[in-house]
Design a protein around this ligand. Structure first.
Ligand code: UD1
Length: 418
């Protein structure tokens, strides 16, 4: 069990390169089972969620090889269609396997998926969409059993633009007979990336990134080598770290249009932002201003995955911020930890009122989930004095070499055995 030991109060300078997007690589790995050919995903970040997805693929009979950060999946030998509950509980993205297993084998069985404990996270939208494609669904003994004679294209309307449900529909409808028209789709960049990846495998999908996606089913898919989109959430986390701690850094690889609202909010904090050619530079000097209001929404709204980090930033800014979490029910679990550092935050249901204080002080902190854990690290970097942070398994799920990258930017952070 490792912990971070952080000496706060250092400004950040230098440049950092964004990793491939976790939320892209995970559905891409699930898609590998759609073909018997070899598929290579380049620069997959060495995070535990990727390792866990590789384990799931192996359990299904696929061969998964890592070469540096490239991962090659060969699922010619895959035949198993049931994922053990131990693995499904580890990783919410195991739910994507429903779509791809049904497309390849016409059957799938998974236990109810796990992932970060940030709310109820039901999968009713996934299941009703699969039912529209002709899937019979039975739930018993904690497992969801899905079968079909064949998948048939259909018109599907999502009541809410769920990212995972949209991806599951692409993964299943890609090999269905006929056309699927999905309305009310999620528009996240990772969905565009999944469309591009599947099309590189021979699929016929268009419209991703808008709210209507049209999937013309094809008979089979072939292998490919693919470089995923960069991680806008990881990139955003480093930008917010610099905003909170002060300094000037450049984040490379990420597209500014994927972080539109974050950049707007950081400017509102009085940071200087300069974005050009997939590079974003931020300068943060002096005391920042609080944001008036941050409200999480599906893309292109403010990402829920950057909500905790922005709360940490507002804790040390001047003024008062209202932060509304619209996507997940219990995504403020990190707040009591920030309060240990002297933060002034009041929670009322899905809203937080953050009153900025002059300084946070170092403390011993516990990560409760992935992005909340990142927020604690950011707060500790901006605080006065030393902090210790445990529960790093949460941040390891999504940030490759978090401490190494921060150290390169001049942070005083060490990862030590607890
Ligand atoms: C994905 C991301 C996660 C991000 C989230 C929202 C991955 C691997 N994870 O999660 O990092 O925080 O999008 O941007 O890409 N919902 C239902 N029924 C369903 C499905 C979802 O009610 O069948 C609800 C959820 O409980 C939640 C909301 O819809 O309140 C958003 O969920 P969704 O967009 O599906 O998020 P995930 O795909 O789980």
């Amino acid at each position: 069990m490792d912990k971070f030991v952080i000496e706060g109060g250092r400004r950040l300078y230098g440049s950092v390169r964004a990793q491939s997007a976790k939320n892209s690589v995970l559905p891409l790995l699930a898609a590998c089972i759609l073909t018997e050919d070899e598929v290579t995903i380049r620069e997959a970040p060495p995070i535990t969620d990727v390792g866990c997805m590789a384990q799931i693929l192996r359990e299904l009979g696929a061969e998964v090889r890592f070469s540096g950060e490239d991962v090659t999946v060969s699922s010619a030998g895959a035949g198993e269609h049931r994922i053990s509950s131990a693995l499904t509980k580890e990783l919410r993205s195991s739910v994507f396997m429903l779509g791809s297993l049904l497309a390849r084998f016409k059957r799938a069985a998974i236990a109810y998926p796990g992932g970060c404990d940030i709310g109820l996270r039901p999968i009713d939208l996934h299941l009703s969409a699969l039912a529209r494609l002709g899937v019979k669904i039975e739930e018993r003994e904690g497992y969801i059993f899905c079968t079909c004679d064949r998948l048939e294209g259909a018109e599907i309307v999502l009541d809410f633009p769920s990212v995972g449900a949209t991806e599951n529909i692409l993964l299943s409808a890609v090999l269905a007979k006929g056309r699927t028209v999905l309305s009310g789709a999620a528009k996240e960049p990772e969905i565009v990336d999944l469309q591009n990846f599947l099309n590189a495998m021979g699929a016929n999908i268009r419209g991703a990134g808008t709210d209507t996606v049209v999937i013309d089913g094809v008979r089979s898919l072939h292998g490919t080598t693919y470089l995923p989109v960069k991680d806008r959430i990881e990139a955003g986390t480093y930008l917010i770290a610099c905003a909170a701690a002060g300094g000037e850094i450049e984040v490379e690889g990420v597209k500014a249009e994927h972080l539109g609202l974050l950049l707007h909010k950081l400017r509102e904090n009085s940071c200087k932002i300069h974005a050009k050619n997939d590079k974003i530079r931020i300068t943060s000097a002096g005391r920042l201003r609080c944001n008036r209001k941050i409200e999480t929404l599906p893309f292109p709204g403010f990402p829920t995955d950057l909500q905790a980090q922005m709360v940490a930033l507002n804790c040390v800014a001047d003024g008062c911020a209202l932060v509304v979490e619209n996507l997940f029910e219990t995504r403020f679990k990190y707040v009591p930890e920030l309060k240990k550092m002297g933060a002034d935050i009041e929670i009322n249901g899905r809203s937080a009122v953050v009153r900025g204080v002059e300084k946070l002080h170092g403390a011993t902190l516990v990560c409760k989930d992935l992005r909340g854990g990142a927020a604690l690290v950011l707060a500790a970097l901006a605080a006065e004095g030393p902090s210790e942070i445990v529960g790093l398994s949460h941040v390891d799920r999504g940030y490759a070499d978090f401490d190494g990258k921060l150290k390169k930017l001049g942070a005083k952070i060490a990862r030590v055995r607890a």
